[in-house]
Design a binder for this molecule. Structure first.
Ligand code: UDP
Length: 324
């Protein structure tokens, strides 16, 4: 089995690559290194390139006979997507279309696609399952939902098999401590809390405390990056016996507010996290918590990290000594 991992030098992609290599799967990483890190890929075959370059993609598919593609390449910041929607639609939608066309030309018929809880928009229920309406409220979520629609059409027209995995909040790092989350500038909650704990940032800005949640701060469902990688491998197996385009929500089913996360991170780091209340960030819904029953039933997925302290602890191991 040979798998192309687009975006394999990024945070989730690099954990996926490690997972595949551990399973003995032949893996090729394709990444433009706009936000990824070459060091995170190690010895795995690596091609630096961009999905917007159709010629380069054609060459890649002519050099390798892939059985499946995992697609992690994306711009993924909600706030930035509100400011720069064209960049999001170009990279996330047009780039994916190039990939799909190259796959079709090379008769590669299976794709695992990184989708997001942001496809749902404002939640209409405590737990969000796959029957929840998809009405994204920011260009990031809209770009991912557009790709899901394209995959549904591609299943009908071309027989493409696909699984869209809608991550809630990817969190943590490999317990080995040698790969982890590193963005510049860093925008995500857990890295920013731990940077404040380390003294790498003066304090954490809490984006809004007037949401309709118990303590006024946004509630999210944090799921460990290795559990996400495991779901991707299961999605590959699933496509072996299931035609069509499928979508699964991936989360732990437990919501934590920003203030609860600050408390939990303070316990892990054994020091209080300095914070200040700041204005709301554009595009953030109050609460996003998954029902992952479908993934559990149909993929046999069972997250191993269910305790938020354990998840933060793996991130803390990385942030105390980041390699990149
Ligand atoms: N957040 C925050 N301060 C930060 C980063 C994030 O208060 O420095 C909040 C953010 O508004 C959201 C939650 O933490 O409610 C998770 O944000 P993150 O960017 O980690 O993930 P997202 O939910 O955007 O995928």
């Amino acid at each position: 089995m040979k798998v192309l991992v687009c975006g394999g030098a990024g945070y989730i992609g690099s954990h996926m690559v490690r997972h595949l290599v551990g399973d003995g799967v032949s893996t090729v990483v394709f990444d433009n290194l706009s936000t990824g890190h070459r060091e995170s890929v190690g010895d795995t075959a690596f091609v630096r390139g961009d999905l917007l370059d159709a010629t380069q993609l054609r060459d890649l598919f002519s050099q390798h006979r892939f059985d499946a593609v995992m697609h992690f390449c994306a711009r993924s910041l909600v706030g930035e997507s509100v400011q720069q929607p064209y960049a999001y639609y170009e990279n996330n939608v047009a780039g994916t279309l190039n990939l799909l066309q190259a796959m079709r030309d090379a008769s590669v018929g299976k794709l695992v696609f990184s989708s997001t809880a942001a496809v749902f928009g404002h939640p209409e229920s405590e737990l969000i399952d796959e029957s929840h309406p998809t009405r994204p409220i920011n260009p990031y979520g809209a770009s991912k939902r557009m790709v899901e629609t394209i995959l549904e059409d591609a299943a009908r027209a071309y027989g493409l098999r696909s699984v869209a995995l809608r991550y809630f909040n990817a969190a943590g790092a490999s317990p080995q401590g040698d790969i982890g989350e590193s963005h510049s500038p860093e925008t995500h909650l857990i890295p920013n809390m731990l940077r404040a704990a380390n003294g790498d940032a003066p304090s954490l800005k809490v984006f809004g405390n007037d949401y309709s949640t118990p303590d006024g701060t946004c509630v999210r469902d944090y799921v460990h990056v290795d559990d996400l990688a495991d779901a991707h491998s299961r999605a590959l197996d699933f496509m072996a016996s299931n035609e069509g385009a499928h979508a699964f929500n991936l989360g732990n089913g437990a919501g934590f507010s920003v203030m609860q996360m600050i408390h939990a991170a303070g316990e892990v780091a054994k020091q209080p996290i300095p914070f200040e209340i700041a204005p709301r960030r554009a595009g953030d819904p109050d609460r996003l918590v998954a029902s992952s029953g479908k993934a559990r039933r149909e993929l046999g997925w069972q997250p191993r990290y269910t305790d938020i302290a354990d998840i933060i602890d793996t991130a803390w191991r990385w942030h105390r000594n980041p390699r990149y």
